[in-house]
Design a protein around this ligand. Structure first.
Ligand SMILES: [Fe+2]
Length: 512
């Protein structure tokens, strides 16, 4: 592995040193010495009439440009009713381009609602793996939904055993709540080789996505069904906030350049349909997906528009500094208005917030002092209380928040505000643990038992690795927590330690 990396690096630097003008010509019949579909295929952002089909041509993924040698290759895509592609439904061509890493984003339209299809790509003589994709139910339909929820897949800290199990769950849809890659790396505790340098350029981020996308378990999970993807901090920089980097060593201009590189590479590797931005640094990824009239997903971005953490990152005693200032925001004014207007206008049975960091507070110290996690909504209490007040007004007890980030499972009843105790319950938050980040994990997070009495809104907690499976129906939302006991060696079986249920329109979360 090391030797291969070394040789790849040599080839890369040689490529950087030699001045080879990029060939921009369209290549009608591209030829590949190696399989160009090493990074797999994926689908995402389904509607009732279409979806995005994704791949990226990368015959030698660790080389600059994925081993592609220029040109704009024309590739073909196919969509069929059957896995053997005897009943074709749609087909077309797509011209990939070097400036976008030869990524492919096909937006298929004209499909029937609530239907499964199969898709694949052809490039030259090569044929891609076959993925399954489905459309959402028609407007007005209350068809049930089986949803997988995943986040935080640090490559070096654990095997993707959780994704292996997820790929056999027969989900209709998977949402990934961020930390799809990690920008930093340390070899300590690593169970597999990872590049240990902090990454900054678009080439760096592409290489990191390549490394992750090569994992067969991640590829298999994408083959199962369409995904709704958002990002968290590690797609750019740990705990970054808007133009503020983690360690304060980068200027705002440097952070914008880094964001542009990271956001572009994220787009190049994600099966998403997002509006065109003037600059990659301003890529706007908030969007909605409707599952008939059953559920509306609001995919949020709580990274790009937030104020810097008030009193440093990590867990801090509050009040402190500017923490309680009502002008501080985690969503940004535009996104906040978009969501609150939208919650009022939507007649969907369930409102689902797909987002990054915990909404509920967690006081992590015993006694009268309060210590909170400043990188979550607890670092932005005024914005949180405004959000919860909007939910109370517009979608009370039919709102479910899905959260990642903290590498542990939490079931939180959300109250109309956490500014004082005793406000009514208005929503449910299911925080899902990491797929692999943090290594094997523990039954519970260290120190959590003593402080649980100070956090009565927390109904359950565990700190193992895994994912969630949600069964969504008109009258009830059920979340099953799936866990694996270890990820630092292969083969952990999957268990379901706890299941929770929310009745539509009723306050509270009940353990089943
Ligand atoms: Fe993470």
């Amino acid at each position: 592995m090391e030797r291969r990396r070394f040789l790849a690096d040599i080839a890369r630097y040689a490529a950087l040193c030699s001045v080879v003008p990029t060939d921009w010509r369209v290549v009608a019949r591209p030829r590949f010495a190696d399989d160009p579909f090493t990074l797999g295929v994926a689908s995402g952002d389904p509607t009732s009439t279409g979806a995005v089909l994704w791949t990226r041509l990368a015959p030698r993924p660790y080389e600059l440009d994925g081993g592609m040698t220029g040109g704009r290759p024309i590739i073909e895509w196919e969509l069929a009713d059957d896995e053997a592609f005897t009943k074709g439904v749609r087909r077309g061509r797509y011209t990939a381009a070097p400036e976008l890493a030869y990524s492919v984003h096909v937006e298929v339209e004209g499909l029937a609602p609530d239907r499964w299809y199969f898709y694949r790509f052809r490039a030259g003589d090569a044929v891609s793996p076959v993925g399954r994709v489905r459309t959402t139910p028609a407007a007005g339909a209350l068809t049930p939904l089986r949803l997988g929820v995943a986040s935080c897949q640090n490559y070096e800290q654990g095997l993707f055993t959780s994704l292996d199990h997820l790929s056999r769950e027969r989900c209709d849809l998977v949402t990934h709540l961020g930390d799809y890659i990690y920008e930093s790396g340390g070899r300590q505790g690593a169970v597999r080789t990872h590049h240990s340098v902090e990454i900054r350029t678009v080439e760096d981020y592409r290489e990191r996505y390549s490394q992750y996308k090569l994992d067969p378990m991640l590829q298999a999970a994408h083959l199962m069904c369409p995904w709704l993807v958002t990002w968290d901090d590690h797609e750019v920089d740990n705990n970054y906030a808007s133009d503020f980097g983690e360690n304060g060593m980068e200027s705002a201009e440097q952070m914008r350049a880094r964001r542009a590189a990271a956001y572009q590479a994220w787009w190049e590797h994600s099966p998403v349909r997002v509006p065109r931005a003037r600059s990659w640094a301003d890529l706007d990824i908030r969007r909605t997906t409707d599952w008939g009239a059953l559920a509306r997903f609001w995919m949020l971005d709580t990274r790009q528009y937030r104020d810097d953490q008030a009193c440093g990152d990590g867990t801090q005693a509050v009040p402190c500094g500017d923490w309680a200032n009502p002008a501080r925001t985690i969503m940004g004014a535009k996104q906040e208005k978009w969501l609150s207007d939208g919650l009022g206008a939507s007649r969907s049975r369930w409102q689902v917030l797909g987002q990054q960091v915990p909404v509920a507070p967690f006081d992590s110290t015993v006694g009268p002092e309060t210590k909170l996690y400043m990188d979550g909504w607890s670092g932005y209490p005024a914005n949180r209380d405004r959000l919860l007040a909007e939910i109370a007004l517009k979608a009370k007890n039919r709102t479910v928040v899905l959260t990642g980030d903290v590498h542990s499972n939490w079931v939180n009843e959300l109250h109309a505000g956490f500014d004082r105790p005793g406000r009514e319950i208005v929503a449910a938050e299911f925080v899902g643990t990491s797929l692999s980040s943090g290594g094997d994990g523990d039954p519970v997070w260290r120190g959590s038992a003593e402080v649980m009495p100070e956090n009565p809104h927390v109904k359950w907690h565990s700190a193992r690795r895994g994912y969630m499976i949600c069964d969504v129906r008109p009258d009830a939302w059920t979340t099953e927590y799936r866990e694996v006991a270890y990820v630092q060696r292969p083969g952990a079986p999957v268990t379901t330690p706890a299941t929770f249920r929310v009745e539509h329109g009723k306050p509270g979360i009940a353990r089943v």
